[in-house]
Design a protein around this ligand. Structure first.
Ligand SMILES: CC(C)(COP(=O)(O)OP(=O)(O)OC[C@H]1O[C@@H](n2cnc3c(N)ncnc32)[C@H](O)[C@@H]1OP(=O)(O)O)[C@@H](O)C(=O)NCCC(=O)NCCS
Length: 193
């Protein structure tokens, strides 16, 4: 995946003292080989990935509520981020329109956590989540994380396929009493390139 512009490891310091990665707009994508004719397979969408500040949750909330149930309010996101190191919110835009997002934060030193990833249903299978993941993994690697972990339910088949396609390993299973279901634990090692 080409990364043509500066990555968020180029830190800027805001006046409020919060040292955060500079917001960046990174054209990603176009890395796939040309596929079958467009009437057979949805064409690859070249998205711009924006890195948002942790307190900028409005777009993320709107996307989240179109993809997941039950809906969450802005406060739910802000609450979850409280006390977290390196909160990352990336939004994929197609011709300026937000179509997908990925959220994460540090789990512990060297281990980053992918909390949620989602793409609007009308825009799926166009490589958008792959481009979000690519930007997410690059950010994590550039910021000295060695692994990325995430969890999903067995029924979230698209996510399982996406994760395995992106070299995540299944490393375990845990019972989630909130949902009364098992979560599959996945981990990707970020190798140096
Ligand atoms: C999972 C999700 C983010 C994938 O987004 P996406 O933009 O459609 O994914 P991509 O187009 O980048 O897919 C990349 C690869 O993942 C796999 N994949 C993605 N969706 C798949 C599906 N429904 N069935 C099988 N494989 C799938 C494929 O290997 C695909 O490559 P291909 O299209 O060349 O075959 C999207 O389906 C989604 O938002 N689902 C609902 C939310 C969710 O379950 N999130 C995960 C829990 S946090």
């Amino acid at each position: 995946m080409p990364h043509k512009e500066s990555r968020p490891s180029n830190k800027t310091t805001r006046q409020d003292g919060w040292d955060r990665p500079s917001t960046y707009r990174e054209p990603v994508g176009g890395a796939r080989e040309p596929g079958p004719p467009a009437d057979e397979v949805a064409p690859m969408a070249d998205v711009i990935v924006d890195l948002l500040a942790p307190d900028d949750v409005s777009v993320v909330m709107h996307l989240y509520n179109q993809i997941f149930r039950p809906p969450r309010g802005e406060d739910d996101f802000l609450r979850r981020y409280l006390g977290r190191h390196n909160v990352i919110q990336m939004v994929a835009r197609l011709e300026g329109r937000a179509v997908g997002f990925v959220l994460g934060f540090e789990l512990k030193p060297r281990v980053f956590y992918l909390w949620f990833i989602g793409v609007l249903s009308a825009n799926r299978r166009q490589g958008i989540a792959s481009q979000l993941l690519d930007a997410f993994h690059h950010w994590a690697k550039d910021n000295d994380y060695e692994t990325v972990r995430c969890e999903c339910f067995n029924r979230q088949r698209a996510m399982l396929h996406l994760a395995l396609n992106n070299d995540y390993d299944v490393i375990g299973l845990r019972y989630d009493s909130d949902h009364g279901d098992n979560l599959i634990l996945l981990q990707k090692t970020l190798v140096a390139s």
